[in-house]
Design a protein around this ligand. Structure first.
Ligand SMILES: Cc1cc2nc3c(=O)[nH]c(=O)nc-3n(C[C@H](O)[C@H](O)[C@H](O)COP(=O)(O)OP(=O)(O)OC[C@H]3O[C@@H](n4cnc5c(N)ncnc54)[C@H](O)[C@@H]3O)c2cc1C
Length: 368
């Protein structure tokens, strides 16, 4: 991970905002990009949400899978959807493996669910219901609850200044008076592409292009908080797809802060010579789904413990964004990775160490 210097257009916006309002603060962003990505502007403009053809971006393929796929003790199976968990003999509180949609079964000492915030609760809920544990485990009632998505707005700020920034996502803007919110840029030339695609057909390209090149894209996000009624209704009506029951009206404080953020920024940008148009990003547009199997000490209000183990289950763990009890004001991926690394360390020092000790091996671990 490395930080990149702020570029000219964003620098101009940030300095202007801070001159008008001392409560704006800057927080450099850490990006998993190669140091020389700016020598390849096309790659730098499109790193956000796209793989890098030249391998200038860290992603799961280049940073992990390619490095470990040759290991004799690792098998990666693709194209196999897990349909459920397999119980161990008569003890349904221990799972011995997973069953896939093609009928194949795979066994392990510990099973880690990592199907994401929408699908992990579906898999867990159906196991708990099928085995009768739903009637016994208090945490069953929390499965799927506390779904979070961030309140999001895309802002297109038009001025007379041509946009020359390439990387754009160099820092986050924070505001002391709106502690659950952040402002970041839309990556690369996304704003230009949005404007060009939204122009009425009768606008000729010689007119559309220079306008689009003067639009700076900003991405405003506010933590929506946790509400138990905002949830994934995993198997409702027999569906094998997750259904959402989510209403932002259940979180009035988040709604109010986000509205204030949008208005404050629009007003202050106008003072700097930018006309800012906004579009609220709807629930289906979120990329930051979190919650639904939240961690906590009390099985009555949470689903997994501090190590990610499902309350009441012997060896079933969760390692994805569903465990997050809050989603914070920033993007969630690094927090999810940190949780996964912590769980891996825990499993290495407990489950796997126990098996190897039984077989006469010693396992070294860092105790983290
Ligand atoms: C366009 C886009 C841009 C984003 N940009 C950022 C960003 O800049 N910064 C940031 O922090 N976050 C970003 N995010 C969010 C980030 O990608 C997610 O928060 C993160 O990937 C969630 O991780 P996860 O492990 O919880 O779930 P996922 O990454 O969704 O992983 C779940 C996996 O489980 C698989 N799966 C589901 N069901 C089954 C099943 N039954 N059997 C087997 N496998 C199954 C899925 O195919 C998927 O591969 C972005 C997301 C999107 C969509």
């Amino acid at each position: 991970m490395r930080q990149f210097g702020i570029e000219a257009n964003f620098q101009q916006i940030v300095s202007g905002l801070r001159r008008r309002d001392a409560q704006w603060r800057r927080q450099p962003m850490s990006l998993g990009l190669a140091a020389d990505i700016l020598s390849h502007p096309e790659e730098a403009r499109h790193f956000d949400a796209f793989a890098s053809v030249r391998g200038l971006k860290c992603d799961a393929e280049s940073s992990l899978l390619q490095r470990v796929s040759h290991k004799p003790n690792l098998t990666v199976l693709t194209g196999k959807a897990v349909s459920g968990f397999v119980a161990t003999g008569g003890d349904v509180t221990r799972v011995s493996g997973v069953e896939c949609e093609d009928g194949s079964r795979h066994y392990a000492a510990a099973v880690v669910i990592a199907a994401g915030t929408l699908h992990s609760p579906r898999l867990l809920q159906s196991y708990l219901e099928r085995t009768g544990l739903a009637q016994v485990l208090p945490s069953y009632r929390q499965v799927g609850r506390n779904y979070k998505a961030h309140v999001l707005t895309a802002m297109l700020a038009l001025s007379h200044r041509p946009v020359t920034d390439v990387l754009c996502k160099t820092l986050l803007l924070l505001h002391d008076d709106m502690p659950h919110s952040t402002v970041q840029t839309l990556g690369g030339n996304l704003a230009e592409e949005i404007v060009r695609s939204q122009m009425p057909r009768f606008v000729p390209d010689w007119l559309a292009a220079p306008i689009a090149k003067r639009v700076y894209g900003l991405f405003l996000q506010t933590e929506d908080g946790s509400h138990p009624d905002n949830r994934v209704v995993a198997t409702a009506q027999g569906s094998d797809r997750p259904l959402l029951d989510y209403d932002l009206a259940r979180l009035p404080a988040a709604q109010a802060e986000h509205r204030r953020l949008v208005r404050t920024l629009q007003r202050q940008l106008l003072g700097l010579g930018y006309v800012a148009l906004v579009r609220a990003i709807p629930l289906q547009g979120t990329a930051h789904a979190c919650g639904t199997l939240v961690t906590g000490n009390d099985p009555a209000t949470s689903v997994v413990d501090a190590h990610g183990k499902v309350h009441g289950m012997g060896n079933l763990y969760v390692a994805d964004g569903s465990v997050l009890p809050r989603s914070s004001r920033a993007n969630p991926a690094l927090t999810i990775y940190a949780w996964g690394l912590r769980l891996a360390s825990h499993l290495g020092s407990t489950v796997l160490a126990g098996r190897k000790a039984a077989a006469g091996f010693t396992v070294a671990h860092d105790g983290g």
